[in-house]
Design a protein around this ligand. Sequence first.
Ligand SMILES: Nc1ncnc2c1ncn2[C@@H]1O[C@H](COP(=O)(O)OP(=O)(O)OP(=O)(O)O)[C@@H](O)[C@H]1O
Ligand SMILES: [Mg+2]
Length: 455
Amino acid sequence: MRESTASTSSTEQETPGRDPAAEARPAECPFCKGLGYLRADVPIDHPDFGKLLPCSCRLAELTQRRAEALRSLSQLDALSHMTFDTFVPEGRGLTPEQQANLRWAYQEAREFALKPEGWLVLKGGYGCGKTHLAAAIANYCVEHGQPVLFVTVPDLLDYLRATFAPSSPARYSTRFEEIRTAPILILDDLGTESGTPWAQEKLFQIFNYRYNARLPTVITTNNELDEIPLRLRSRLGDPDLSRIVSIIAPDYRRAGVAQDQSDLSSLRLHAHQTFATFDLRKGELPPEEEENLARAVKLARKFAANPQGWLAFTGPYGVGKPHLAAAIANYCAEQGRAVLFVVVPDLLDHLRATFTPHSTVSFDQRFEEVRRAPLLVLDDLGTESATPWAREKLYQIFDYRYNACLPTVITTAVPIEELDQRLATRMLDVTRCTLFAILAPPYRGGQSKSKRSKR
Ligand SMILES: Nc1ncnc2c1ncn2[C@@H]1O[C@H](COP(=O)(O)OP(=O)(O)OP(=O)(O)O)[C@@H](O)[C@H]1O
Ligand SMILES: [Mg+2]
């Protein structure tokens, strides 16, 4: 007969008659006489009535077995280098705000490791250090003798599915119980699992059980909370149980690789376009246009000194919009900021290229890199092909950055009323975006009195 109480929920399919440890156990326990099991002394209506339960003399052994089972399920060996000691709380090349945020995330993770209680949700973009912090918690707990299960959500679902194979050495119910009741459960990468109803159901059961039992749980995710199914979200987001730590640091793996920090960025092609090389066209333009151009440069300088909100330049081709945008980006990159400068049609090409079989980067990774870039410069909006897919992706980028108030510079030669309305309304929100129309005619390399041609 198999045991079914919570206290016997270890991986092994324990049957008293088959337990080799029982043979080695001395017959000196006054309670079980060395059998290791006792029949539960409970009223007839109790769920444990008639069941064999492990004797207290076996508890240490069972705890040890359980810890070993969790350890073998965990994928911590590969992550043993991810500790609090190897985590750099200041990150690399971060703004003061990002540094403070990462340090806070680090402190929260440390506090959880010292006293694992409640739930800790670590969310943020690719490579910001979520897995590292989650693994650091797990490694710390293991080091201090606390059984912990660290598993990515897709792997967890695979473990469960694997028990359906006829040759599976473990039973589904045993494994499920083991995960559900793990003393500390660390679920990495929620949101990357397949969204089948079965997978969602299993996750919900695990979350719900741990929520009701208030069991210590760490969850990492790339997703925004509103992208997580409501049933899970309502539990994750319960402030009585759960602390949500949103990490705003960019990808650590890319930081410091280059000034502009991404192979998506074409800033290196605009290295010469700085404030110093921008021609204010003094004496060439009529006073009104000269003054308008000077104001554009002033706005750009102000934004570069303290990138906040959105700055959008409109105006005909050839008036220096990309130059001003690049000057902002170059200035910020010089200050050690992570900047992504990208021409909109190229951006969409980069996103499309992730679908080719030889792409080394996934669409999600690219998309998130753009969506969450600490400073994004979108040059030449409006020249991209207006397929529904392209419009959708741009909208998602705009919407995310608008809601998150992420510093963004946009240039466009298309009149604002001709842009996609969903983009235009965000650019027209004066609380978020400074929209500036450059009035000057196209630049002719410093030659005076060029013929006006508005496009
Ligand atoms: N602050 C940091 N100090 C030291 N190493 C870091 C830091 N942040 C990230 N790393 C390292 O960068 C790499 C990526 O970090 P990690 O895997 O934790 O990112 P993630 O947020 O889980 O990303 P993803 O969403 O892609 O899973 C890892 O090798 C990690 O050790
Ligand atoms: Mg990760």
